[in-house]
Design a protein around this ligand. Structure first.
Ligand code: SF4
Ligand code: SF4
Length: 732
């Protein structure tokens, strides 16, 4: 070993020892913080599906590739990081001897070829990512950036490290070429040979370049170890467990959405008949009351801002950004951790758990962080502002886009649950809706004996469950479908089409009550369980003696559809629920309904969040429209998975929208820009919001917002009076 190699070896060993020591310390700290969370035993089920999903989502980059060029560039950088780690390892051989290399595989031409290709593609990939980050920097003139609020130096730092590590990999090889110690042929490593052609014949060059490569890599490790909240770097490791432990591992690729998680205490679902707020945790009041998976979520955020760029609240000037919410929770959790790890924290009655002696050694910042309310305005020093919490429509766009499967909606609803159930703190206007649900079983407070009024004037009988036994579908009308004037037209259209197609169906009539969706999304799990249990009992009775496949329900409201189909199972109600657009598409496809007169004038379709993103039903409504309209459907720029919310979900329908631009107006402008005369919807809430938006723009005469079923009815029975445009005001 020459004198240069003695120096390079000692320096490489020294910086590596420091980096590894700091990294171990950082990992232990992160594990300790994540373990502060509540148990989540359900995350350990179905390990095969979890492993499969993790592999598909990481190796296949299923989320990132939706972003086109940036997804492909990131894939090459990821593969480069994994494979080229071997070249960092090889550098340890090269600091010892400039002609050294990895044992065995380091002599294979195929290894030389593969690493050459990955190096070049990795270089292209990282340069693309650097350009994209620069072009989207928050400080650029004009426009909103998905990086607004991200810690930009961290992103630049990581990108420069990747770039330099790749470049020095080629420089090491180049020195080996220049000194004639390179094993791989020109055809397998042309770029390395080209670099070698311009480098001097310096025998120690490879060792010195290897030391620089190791120093760069270890600098990266030291910096990220000193910054445990640097998700842009740590996600390289944390993304794997975060995706493995996602909430619904078996759901179709790409979706981390699904049923809302039940309210849990100590990892067990809460039953309100036994729950005690002095013994059980009701929602989340402190950051350590999230599950460990929640804390893992916060640690994994890469600050990429894809969630933010799709969020309807953020895009209309509200203070909510799902990214900034996650970052606030992450920073708070790590800042509060020393206090919690010292035994601090509040018990369920609000008393401090630690003794003075336990907290004596803590610095004031940790103690101050421990005192911060989780929800509170700037004056009270809260971590999350109430306006942030209540701006969410639970549309799921953030979850859909997040490349590392962070579950924003669950975290938001968990915080709402505590605010509603324990603090009674929520937008006051929503109180009327909750009282109506408790007292009348519907959000509008309409008398229960008017639930069947929509059937008046139909030229056929609508049977009730109990009057007939041989119904195939139970038609779940929903509160909007029964009480809201526009939605009643949809209900009548669906019933007419089912009758026309000879489908045997029956309704519950006065036996139906609200599905509980608005109560659950606002955070009132108590009212949700009350309504849901009542409905599950009624439905189980209606389907008594039938196997699950024959317990068929058709619903016109995607919120009911989602709650009955995905969430009633949590309370013992297992049903086969379809949305009316699915059933209508089937009836048209099987020739039971025949569109005869195409609806013209141009039609666009607005995907309801709880039908599309939450339940992945994108095709059925489009198939129905495709059969019923003249020409092709005109898509809005934001459609299908990337559809933009109407603003009504998450119980926002019953809250005032006081901040920023109205979400429904933003969506209506997009719909109107297509030039379509008809905006088809598949949800009564979307119908209300978009109608209001159209009327607010004074375009009620030019643009009509109607349900897909009404479009189909016009085509199937053009002679039938349609009851006018669906522009009646909301009413009970
Ligand atoms: S669910 Fe929708 S509104 Fe709520 S934070 Fe996510 S993107 Fe924004
Ligand atoms: S939550 Fe997900 S999508 Fe949003 S910034 Fe973090 S990693 Fe990106």
């Amino acid at each position: 070993m020459g004198s240069v190699q003695i120096v390079t070896t000692i320096l490489a060993a020294a910086i590596t020892a420091v980096a590894v020591w700091l990294a171990v310390r950082a990992v232990l700290k992160m594990v300790a913080v994540i373990r502060l969370g509540q148990p989540a035993p359900e995350r350990f089920t179905d390990k095969a599906a979890r492993a499969r999903t993790m592999l598909v989502e990481t190796a296949g980059h299923t989320r990132m590739l939706k972003w086109g060029v940036v997804g492909a560039a990131h894939w090459f950088v990821m593969v480069g990081f994994v494979v080229l780690s071997l070249l960092v390892l090889e550098a340890y051989f090269e600091v010892v001897t400039p002609t050294g290399g990895l044992p065995i595989i380091g002599h294979w031409t195929i290894f030389g070829l593969a690493t050459e290709i990955i190096t070049v593609l990795g270089l292209v990939g990282i340069l693309v990512l650097m350009v994209i980050r620069l072009r989207n920097r928050p400080t650029r003139p004009g426009g909103r950036s998905r990086f607004t609020g991200s810690t930009m130096w961290q992103g630049y730092f990581v990108e420069w490290i990747v770039l330099l590590v790749l470049i020095f990999g080629l420089v090491i090889r180049g020195f080996k070429v220049a000194t004639d110690h390179f094993e791989y042929p020109l055809w397998a490593t042309p770029v390395s040979h080209a670099v070698g052609a311009v480098l001097p014949d310096w025998s120690d060059g490879a060792s010195v370049a290897a030391l620089i490569k190791i120093a760069i890599s270890m600098t990266w490790l030291i910096v990220i170890s000193l910054n445990v909240t640097m998700g842009v770097a740590w996600h390289r490791f944390l993304a794997f467990p975060n995706i493995f432990f996602k909430r619904e591992p078996a759901r179709p690729a790409g979706s981390g959405l699904g049923a809302l998680r039940p309210m849990t205490s100590q990892g067990k679902p809460l039953d309100f008949e036994e729950a005690d707020p002095e013994k059980d945790q009701f929602g989340v009041a402190h950051v350590e009351q999230f599950s460990w998976k929640g804390l893992l979520d916060f640690s994994t955020c890469t600050e990429c801002g894809r969630c933010q760029s799709q969020c309807p609240a953020w895009n209309t000037g509200k203070p909510l950004s799902p990214k900034l919410l996650v970052l606030s929770l992450r920073d708070h959790a790590y800042a509060k951790a020393p206090y919690l790890l010292a035994g601090g924290g509040k018990d369920l009655t609000g008393e401090e758990k630690a003794t003075q002696a336990q907290l004596a050694h803590l610095d004031v910042l940790s103690l101050a962080e421990g005192d911060k309310p989780l929800i509170g305005d700037a004056e009270s020093g809260g971590v999350i502002d109430p306006d942030v919490l209540w701006s969410c429509t639970t549309c799921g766009a953030c979850v859909e886009q997040c490349p590392v499967d962070i579950e924003h909606v669950d975290h938001i609803v968990d915080m709402r649950r505590y605010q509603v159930l324990i603090e009674s703190s929520f937008p006051s206007e929503a109180g009327v809706m909750l009282r109506n649900l408790e007292n009348k079983g519907n959000p509008w407070g309409a008398p229960q004996n008017t639930r069947e009024d929509w059937t008046k004037g139909l030229d056929f009988e609508v049977p009730r469950v109990g009057e007939v036994d041989d119904f195939e579908y139970l038609f779940w009308v929903g509160c909007a479908g029964a009480f809201e004037d526009r939605a009643k037209k949809t209900t009548r259209a669906v019933a007419t089409l089912l009758n026309e197609a000879g489908v045997k169906f029956a309704i519950l009539g006065e036996g139906e009550t609200c599905s509980g969706d608005p109560a659950r999304r606002i955070g009132n799990e108590f009212v949700f369980q009350m309504l849901a249990q009542q409905n599950v009992e009624t439905l189980n009775e209606a389907f008594e003696g039938r196997e699950k496949a024959k317990r068929k329900i058709v619903a016109t409201c995607p919120h009911c559809f989602n709650t009955l189909g995905n969430e009633y199972g949590q309370l013992g109600g297992e049903f086969e629920v379809v949305h009316h657009t699915q059933l209508l598409a089937h009836l048209v496809a099987t020739g039971k309904l025949t569109p005869v007169q195409p609806v013209d004038g141009g039609v666009t379709y607005h995907d309801p969040c709880y039908l599309g993103r939450h339940n992945r039903i994108f095709a059925a409504p489009r198939e129905v429209l495709g059969d019923a309209i003249a020409g092709d459907l005109t898509e809005m720029p934001r459609n299908s998975e990337r559809s933009f919310c109407c603003g009504a979900g998450g119980a926002r329908m019953w809250m005032e929208e006081k901040i920023g631009k109205r979400i429904n107006v933003d969506r209506v402008e997009e719909a109107m820009a297509t030039g379509a005369k008809t905006v088809a919807v598949g949800c009564p809430f979307c119908s209300t919001m978009l109608n209001d938006g159209v009327n607010g723009k004074g375009a009620g005469e030019q643009v009509e917002v109607i349900d897909v079923a009404s479009v189909l009815l016009r085509s199937v029975k053009p002679e039938q009076p349609q009851g006018g445009r669906e522009t009646a005001p909301v009413g009970g």
